[in-house]
Design a protein around this ligand. Structure first.
Ligand SMILES: Cc1cc2nc3c(=O)[nH]c(=O)nc-3n(C[C@H](O)[C@H](O)[C@H](O)COP(=O)(O)OP(=O)(O)OC[C@H]3O[C@@H](n4cnc5c(N)ncnc54)[C@H](O)[C@@H]3O)c2cc1C
Length: 404
């Protein structure tokens, strides 16, 4: 069985190892000069490669959940088979025990080589056709941008998504599968920083603090998330802001920043909140009472000193206790948009999952053709869910493609 894999990222390398281990002759066509570039960039160089907790997916939720509920153990045993020691941290986040993304990639490349996988670089696939070869047998033919042609019995498309500056494709890879009648759900950036009005952020660049964020559109609550927010000159980032960034459309939206978790550590819940959302100003009366008490004890000028980080204290120092409490609990910032696909970690949208088999990732439009990883319309939360889906879908596709 000749298996051709398009893309040497997380899903492509997992697929290559599993197909080769099952006895197939495997070639990976990688469009760029290096394999696994997103693996190296992931988790700030530490590679948060899976999550031990309940799955949290947004688009493609039922497809991903079904795959994980049936096959998650196979992912754990895959890492075990290639000898990658893992370590679990808060929130079920799983990293390589060495703490280095480089070791994940090196291990994958080592095993690909050991099982005889041929990895070819700068072979960007431009089209796939299916027909009868000169020997009258049906086969796939992949044509590369360079004009080179590769024939195979099975093709697995693992070209990833559009997210990440110079790390994703520019949308053209989707046509490898839409050419076979697959539908494309319009791609948009997910897990991405939010751009807001800039004036109120002056002096805050680089400041981090615990917060609860609530995104509203036309006054209606869309989503809410807690965690560490990072202020910049153009908006807010940090995991919780990036989670909300996935929901931003840029029309009539406001993000409310609740800074009260600064004073009430028990409110520093780092998990994504699910409906019903807390009120925008649920802590306002507590904060106001705290500020009134401090004003009486320390004086109005120092009510916020030592309580808020300096740059925030300066911003709110001219307000009364009541006004400051309101701002601290629901500081509204007008949303301008997101930092775009080049700054996103994941693509929302991609190939419609209903057109693939969740047990094998085989196309339901064309037998012998597979799609896995981020090219499909699956996006998960921060915490290892995206690499987890990429690896597992690659494992299933590789193994299925190698079978007669
Ligand atoms: C900065 C950053 C940090 C991240 N951190 C995490 C994290 O900690 N945890 C997590 O779960 N997820 C994280 N992600 C997301 C995760 O990296 C991706 O979801 C995952 O890599 C997707 O795997 P994939 O195999 O589908 O695609 P990729 O890993 O992107 O691999 C696709 C490969 O296909 C190649 N390619 C593209 N087009 C073609 C073509 N036409 N022909 C041939 N080759 C082609 C690309 O060059 C690439 O090598 C992060 C993403 C970014 C950008």
């Amino acid at each position: 069985m000749r298996v051709l894999i398009l893309g040497g990222g997380a899903s492509g390398l997992a697929a290559a190892i599993c197909a080769a281990k099952a006895g197939a002759s495997v070639t990976v066509l990688e469009g760029s000069r290096k394999a696994g570039r997103k693996i190296l960039a992931s988790g700030n160089g530490r590679c948060n490669l899976m999550n031990a907790g309940e799955p949290v997916y947004f688009d493609g939720r039922s497809f991903a959940n079904r795959m994980l509920s049936a096959h998650k153990n196979e992912l754990i045993s895959f890492f075990g088979q290639i000898g990658l020691a893992l370590a679990q941290e808060d929130g079920g986040r799983v990293y390589p025990a060495t703490g280095r993304a480089r070791d994940v990639l090196d291990t994958l490349l080592l095993y690909a080589e050991r099982f005889g996988v041929t990895l070819l670089y700068e072979k960007k696939a431009a089209g796939i056709s299916y027909g009868t070869g000169p020997d009258s047998l049906p086969r796939f033919s992949v044509i590369c941008e360079s004009g080179e042609r590769f024939d195979a019995d099975r093709v697995i498309v693992c070209c990833g998504g559009m997210a990440g500056l110079n790390l994703g494709h520019d949308g053209d890879a989707y046509s490898l599968l839409t050419g076979f009648g697959h539908s494309l759900v319009s791609p948009s950036p997910a897990l991405v920083a939010i751009e807001t009005e800039r004036k109120p952020l002056e002096g805050l660049n680089g400041l981090r603090c615990p917060a609860r964020l609530t995104l509203t559109r036309k006054g209606k609550i869309i989503s809410s998330a807690s965690g560490e927010v990072l202020f910049s000159d153009h908006g807010i980032s940090g995991v919780c802001a990036m989670q909300l960034g996935s929901e931003v459309t840029g029309t009539d939206e406001t993000v409310y920043i609740d800074l009260s978790p600064l004073f009430f550590p028990e409110d520093r819940a780092y998990e994504r909140l699910s409906p019903p959302y807390p009120g925008l100003t649920c802590n306002e009366s507590r904060v106001r009472a705290l500020l009134e008490e401090r004003k009486d004890r320390l004086g109005a000028a120092d009510m916020l000193t030592g309580l808020l980080p300096g740059p925030l204290k300066n911003k709110f120092s001219r307000l009364s206790a009541a006004q400051a409490a309101k701002m601290i609990c629901a500081w509204p910032l007008q949303v301008k948009g997101t930092r775009g696909m080049e700054n996103a970690q994941v693509t929302r949208g991609g190939l419609e999952t209903a057109e693939f088999d969740p047990d094998t990732c085989e196309s339901l439009k064309q037998r012998g053709l597979y799609g896995c990883g981020e090219i499909l319309d699956v996006d998960g939360d921060c915490g290892g869910f995206n690499l987890q889906f990429a690896f597992l879908s690659g494992i299933l596709a590789g193994r299925a493609a190698a079978a007669e």
